[in-house]
Design a protein around this ligand. Structure first.
Ligand SMILES: Cc1cc2nc3c(=O)[nH]c(=O)nc-3n(C[C@H](O)[C@H](O)[C@H](O)COP(=O)(O)OP(=O)(O)OC[C@H]3O[C@@H](n4cnc5c(N)ncnc54)[C@H](O)[C@@H]3O)c2cc1C
Length: 428
């Protein structure tokens, strides 16, 4: 049977970063991906999407996102960067292969995949925070006579020109889709709000709000909430006359309690102030062509777009090892492992104020270090290769590599022949 030192499930940014950092530590790793390309989740996001996090805090370790992609990187350029990242690190990919089942073995893990079984001493799960679109089971939903879609199926405002649309949910997707519809010619746009969101502008005077999140990450919840409340008041102002009251809980408290990050605004504030987006109460159910709201009001939209989030969908793979908590998140994360599942790691299942992509970089390094140490302890691995890689992996080296990678990519982008496609072991 095929054997690997490490296997990674998922070739999104998390899996790619983990693969690159393992490689740097001379751990051989295969990345198994159900889709036919790396970064596939970015291919299904809406057209107008640009990163809400700034380019220089969104690159993965070992290769900066090129300056040519601008300050706020567009959806297609994120995909392009991920392809170039996989090629730059010469990652071993197994595309069009889904992992269906995991079994613990005396020395590692057995993976049942659509391409056959495969064994790995260490396993990294990187299947994504946004794996399964979640649509609440609202009463009457099945009998709703107009269009109802999840936000993951929204592409652009074109189909909604001159129509009335209700967007449900005030995460970053809901906020941006509402603004996109208002700017793109929808006749009426309502935004249904259950809990008043915390909102920051994506940047103020050129200063990205994400930087605030990075700086404040280690600080106590109460302090961060006070600072961000002031930032919110000064930069966003009071939106209560438009129906968006002051949030009952601060930014960090909301994140700690519910895992909800603030809106980094790219248009909603202006659309609400200009009354091109109207705030309405939460949806409680459907009745024929009508949507029933928590305050008793009834709307009759032509379409409903539910920006109601995603689920991790980890149960089929790891539920039986007791690794999934009630909220669907894994009970260990990053370099931590669980006694029920040694040598199994999770990356990408947090939602920090400092930005998910940035966090993946941090966690991928920690996981790779942990795996390298662990392999060194274990009798069946060659110690010498890992030792030499660790010696080479100090911080200065990493930073130089990061910059060099960025310059190399800039050069590649100037060369029109450089449309890299990641290697696909599965095709060979
Ligand atoms: C609309 C939107 C905008 C975002 N904007 C930002 C932003 O601006 N800044 C930021 O930092 N973060 C952002 N994020 C969050 C996060 O950075 C991205 O979702 C990122 O793609 C997460 O990377 P990932 O590798 O963890 O997951 P994904 O990109 O979802 O990759 C997971 C991969 O695993 C594969 N997979 C799953 N199950 C299996 C299986 N059983 N077998 C084989 N393969 C499998 C999937 O096909 C997928 O390719 C955004 C998210 C969304 C949804």
């Amino acid at each position: 049977m095929e054997q690997h030192e490490a296997a990674i499930i998922g070739a999104g940014p998390a899996g790619l970063a983990a693969g690159a950092m393992l490689k740097r530590r001379a751990i051989e790793a295969v990345i198994i991906e159900a889709a036919d390309r790396v970064g596939s989740s970015w291919g299904s996001h809406y057209d107008r999407l640009h990163l809400h996090t700034v380019r220089w805090l969104s690159g993965l370790p070992g290769l900066a996102i090129p300056r040519a992609f601008g300050k706020w990187v567009a959806r297609d350029d994120v995909q392009r960067y991920l392809r170039l990242y996989a090629e730059h690190h010469d990652l071993k990919l197994r595309l069009r292969t889904e992992v269906r089942r995991l079994e613990r073995q005396p020395h590692g893990w057995l993976l049942t995949t659509t391409g056959g079984p495969l064994a790995a001493q260490s396993l990294v799960i990187a299947t994504g925070f946004n794996r399964e679109p979640f649509l609440p089971d609202w009463p009457g939903r099945g009998g709703f006579t107009s269009e109802l879609i999840h936000s993951s199926r929204y592409r652009n405002p074109q189909p909604y020109i001159d129509r009335s649309v209700l967007v449900v949910g005030t995460g970053n997707s809901g906020a941006e889709i509402a603004a996109d519809l208002a700017e793109g010619g929808a006749r009426t746009v309502w935004l249904a709000v259950r809990t008043s969101p915390n909102i920051l502008r994506r940047d103020v005077g050129g200063f990205p709000s994400q930087v605030l999140g990075v700086l404040m990450r280690p600080l106590p919840v109460g302090l961060v909430d006070r600072v961000t409340a002031v930032a919110q008041r000064v930069t966003v102002g009071d939106l209560s006359r438009y129906g968006l009251g002051r949030p009952a809980r601060g930014m960090y408290r909301r994140l700690a309690d519910d895992g909800v990050i603030p809106i980094l605004d790219v248009g909603l504030i202006e659309a609400v102030k200009q009354r091109r987006v109207s705030i309405v109460a939460a949806v409680t159910g459907f009745d024929g062509a009508e949507v029933v709201l928590a305050d008793g009001q009834r709307l009759r939209p032509d379409a409903v777009i539910a920006a109601t989030g995603f689920r991790r969908g980890l149960e089929p793979l790891v539920g039986r090892f007791g690794l999934v908590r009630g909220n669907g998140l894994p009970s260990v994360h990053g370099p931590q492992t669980h006694p029920n599942a040694p040598d199994l790691y999770f990356i990408g299942y947090s939602n920090p104020l400092s930005g998910n992509l940035r966090e993946l970089g941090v966690d991928s390094r920690r996981i790779a270090l942990h795996i390298a140490r662990r392999h060194r302890e274990l009798p069946w691995l060659s110690v010498s290769r890992i030792g030499s890689a660790e010696d080479a992996g100090d911080q200065r080296d990493r930073d130089q590599h990061h910059d060099a990678g960025g310059r190399e990519l800039e050069r590649a982008l100037r060369d029109p022949g450089a449309q890299a496609v990641a290697k696909d072991d599965g095709d060979r």
